[in-house]
Design a protein. Structure first.
Length: 382
């Protein structure tokens, strides 16, 4: 789908504010991404104030409010998104509920930060992006690996010609252990729910490859389920998994470079995350502990000519780009905080640097092409 240029924002964010009020939908007092990443990220910077929380029931909402010191708590998300003191709604619930909650916030004229994947499928994502464009409000999607200092450093090295012309690139990655899953994540075993190895570990890895090196022109894909029965950790019950645990893609980027990605599940061992960019003059090697580059810190190594890759230190101006966030470095909240910081800067300066729903649609389009190729056994245009 071609990128739709939004109208001038009609929400309160049309006028820059010194402090943006945030309402978080999907806060648990005992677990979850909101508590792990969004709340620490927002609390670390003066541009934001958490003004309201919602949870799936009144008891959880009260407990979350007590734990995080927020007095406005709701079990009905409509009460949160319509509050006049809320400028940005962060949607941190499970993927099947994204469309309903995001649509409500957009209809209320609020800016929205929605976690990735944006929707269960391409149709969901397109519907939300279209509504955001119609409403003329700003959006953010949680593909925060783009904001990692290592990724900014790699972009800088490529601009400076460190590897010369990019000839090929390869990502190999390992997702979380695949034989046992905790009950809260059991829904990820059902392909129809839209949160699985293809959309999450593979999706985040795919995004930084395309963000740095450009889009796929065409690709061939293989999706397979090698371990169809998974044990629920808390109960010992075995349930059938329909989501792929092996995703392998090879294709050609619009630049002409050859690209391949293989993300898989395993129990132990193996390469957590390895991304090589090979060029006419040198090589870059980006590594992390797992194929979740949005969460795990990435390390950069490089070599020119026939030398062996050696570690390259990410420059301090990149790691300390947002000084209030330095205490979060290495934590899951770090890159999320960098997204929020860049978003606040965009609002203040009238710029558009942060990944939005149109970017999410593009990534969903590539994932849909992967599914089409795997189902047909044919190479497809992207």
């Amino acid at each position: 789908m071609p990128r739709t240029e939004p109208r001038e924002p009609r929400s309160a964010l049309a006028i820059p504010k010194s402090t943006l009020g945030v309402g978080i939908v999907g806060v648990s007092p005992v677990r979850g991404w909101a508590a792990t990443a969004h709340i620490p990220a927002l609390r670390a910077q003066p541009s934001y104030e958490i003004r309201a929380l919602s949870a799936h029931n009144a008891e959880s909402a009260r407990a979350a409010g007590d734990l995080f010191g927020v007095s406005a708590v709701f079990s009905d998300h409509d009460q949160l998104v319509t509050r006049p003191d809320i400028d940005v709604v962060a949607v941190t619930v499970k993927v099947p509920h994204h469309r309903e909650l995001v649509s409500a916030a957009l209809a209320a004229g609020k800016a929205v930060y929605c976690e990735w994947p944006l929707g269960r499928d391409l149709d969901d994502a397109r519907a939300m992006a279209t509504l955001a464009a119609e409403q003329g409000v700003r959006t953010v999607v949680g593909l925060q690996a783009r904001q990692a200092p290592a990724i900014e450093f790699v972009q800088q090295l490529l601009r400076d010609g460190y590897v010369g012309e990019v000839l090929s690139t390869t990502i190999v990655g390992l997702s979380i252990p695949g034989d046992v899953v905790g009950q809260p994540n059991a829904y990820m075993l059902d392909k129809a729910n839209g949160a699985n190895l293809l959309t999450v570990p593979f999706g985040h890895s795919l995004d930084i490859l395309n963000y740095v090196l450009g889009e796929f022109a065409d690709l061939s894909a293989l999706l397979d389920v090698r371990r169809p029965l998974i044990t629920i950790e808390e109960t010992g019950e075995q349930i059938v998994k329909t989501a792929a645990d092996q995703v392998a893609v090879i294709g050609t980027l619009t630049s002409g470079a050859t690209a391949s990605i293989h993300i898989r599940e395993a129990v132990a061992g193996g390469t957590g995350f390895l991304w090589e960019i090979n060029g006419t003059e040198g090589t870059l090697r980006i590594t992390a502990d797992a194929a979740l580059p949005e969460i795990f810190p990435m390390r950069v190594a490089g070599a020119q000519g026939r030398n062996e890759p050696a570690e390259l230190a990410v420059p301090t101006p990149l790691t300390e780009k947002w000084p209030t966030l330095t205490s979060l470095e290495g934590a899951p909240a770090f890159n999320v905080g960098r997204v929020y910081a860049a978003f606040a800067a965009d609002i203040a300066n009238g710029t558009h640097t942060v990944q939005d729903f149109a970017d999410a649609v593009r990534r969903h389009e590539v994932i849909a092409a992967i599914e089409t190729s795997a189902a047909s056994g044919k190479r497809v245009k992207v």
